[in-house]
Design a protein around this ligand. Structure first.
Ligand SMILES: C[S@@+](CC[C@H](N)C(=O)[O-])C[C@H]1O[C@@H](n2cnc3c(N)ncnc32)[C@H](O)[C@@H]1O
Length: 395
């Protein structure tokens, strides 16, 4: 592809990504993969260059642009190398008129910046939300030793805080590594590894992972339990949950049972676990404001209405979760969001109507207190953004 052809491909992809963000369609990565699956003539260098243009534009623009052309115009005004690609040559986008409007640069839509600031994020903590994320892995302690794995994988270095974590050079094809194939490692951000630590899990426990998805945290829990005890991994999304079993098998996690839940009827399906769990983990669905490093277009998807619906769902899941905790057990609530309405606010509301619970600071070696929970941020901790609270049932 010519430089102009790459710029034109970026415009087409940005059009698709903007429409998908507006209509809750597929993620940017999926759209990029589909685009190139239909254009086999594009080589790996072309694909990488187009992808970089697309993500540079997404990161640059806080408000969702009207279209891909406005997005690339803004990027060109920011970066002369991009401007030089838009020269009107064959396959290139038409040249930019000096008075042509471009999309507006920014961290996020104004309403969302306002909510983040009201949630206690300082102005300097906002740009790191959009920096490139590192590639972190968790070593499966049930079957492997982090030092041995570090020696086996080129460029691997220990994570600053998570004891079983390593950081790999960006671009490492993890699924091609022998260590991955034999179930010794999983890709997992350091923040995710640390919030799992907050569960203070031990061998032989009975644990419910209420929103297990494809099992990222379930597998970390199973490893922390030395594969002894019982984990009930639930989710309402059949496709996600169905990916858990093969991952558990690869990791040798034999203590995991999965259960598909019907939204709104979760309590019925979980009656046999009433007051039976030592720990219930609620890794709740959220706006993902803490994971913009990986999904920067997520900030173009969120609306106040959607945030409100997520917040209602989070409160509902806390209501589903607490009856499963046995006296003396713990409810661990996690969101990968930095907004108080999804984090500290949820915990304050829960404790306002439930007696017999006390909030304990999670034992995480980094992060800062937020309300009755704990918060990790890219700026302070170099991890994805998370809120985690640990509530102990006192009676
Ligand atoms: C943040 S994700 C979980 C990620 C997962 N724990 C991990 O570590 O990879 C939240 C999950 O909640 C699930 N969910 C949404 N509504 C639910 C419900 N009513 N009951 C159980 N799970 C639900 C979603 O399908 C999604 O997989």
């Amino acid at each position: 592809m010519t430089p102009g052809g790459r710029a034109q491909a970026a415009v087409e992809l940005l059009d698709a990504i903007i429409a998908a963000a507006r209509d809750q369609g597929a993620a940017a990565d999926t759209l990029i993969a589909r685009y190139f699956a239909e254009r086999r003539y594009a080589g790996s260098k072309d694909r990488r260059a187009v992808r970089e243009l697309v993500y540079a534009a997404i990161r640059l623009l806080g408000e969702r642009p009207e279209n891909g052309r406005q997005a690339i115009v803004a990027l060109a005004r920011h970066d002369p190398m991009v401007a030089a690609m838009i020269d009107g040559s064959a396959h290139a986008p038409p040249p930019i008129d000096p008075v042509e409007p471009g999309a507006v640069e920014g961290i996020a839509p104004a309403w969302l910046v306002d909510r983040l600031e009201r949630s206690g994020l300082a102005a300097e903590a906002l740009p790191p939300l959009l920096e490139r994320a590192p590639l972190d892995i968790r070593v499966n302690r049930s079957s492997a030793d982090p030092a041995a794995i570090a020696a086996e994988i080129e460029g691997a270095v220990p994570l600053p805080h998570a004891p079983n974590g390593l950081r790999l050079p960006n671009g490492t094809s993890v699924e091609q590594l022998d260590a991955w194939r034999r179930g010794a490692i999983e890709v997992q951000d350091e923040g995710s590894q640390l919030v799992t630590t907050a569960a203070e899990i031990a061998r032989g426990m009975r644990v419910v992972d209420l929103c297990a998805g494809a099992g990222g945290k379930t597998l970390a829990l199973a490893a922390a339990m030395g594969n002894q005890g019982q984990i009930l991994a639930c989710d309402s999304d059949r496709a996600r949950l169905s990916r858990l079993a093969p991952r558990a098998e690869r990791a040798g996690a034999t203590i995991v049972e999965t259960r598909l839940l019907d939204p709104g009827r979760e309590a019925e399906a979980l009656q046999d676990w009433t007051e039976a769990a030592d720990v219930v983990l609620v890794d709740a669905p959220c706006s993902g404001t803490g994971t913009w490093r990986r999904n920067p277009e997520a900030r173009w998807r969120l609306t106040p209405d959607r945030l409100e619906r997520l917040s209602t769902l989070q409160a509902h899941l806390l209501e589903v979760a607490w009856p499963l905790v046995k006296p003396g057990g713990a409810l661990v609530y996690v969101v990968c969001s930095l907004l108080d309405e999804e984090g500290a606010g949820q915990i304050a509301a829960f404790l306002g109507v439930h007696e017999g619970w006390s909030a304990e600071p999670p034992r995480i070696p980094t992060g800062v207190a937020r309300g009755l929970g704990w918060r990790l941020t890219p700026a302070h901790d170099g991890t994805d953004g998370f809120f985690v609270a640990r509530l102990v049932r006192t009676c």
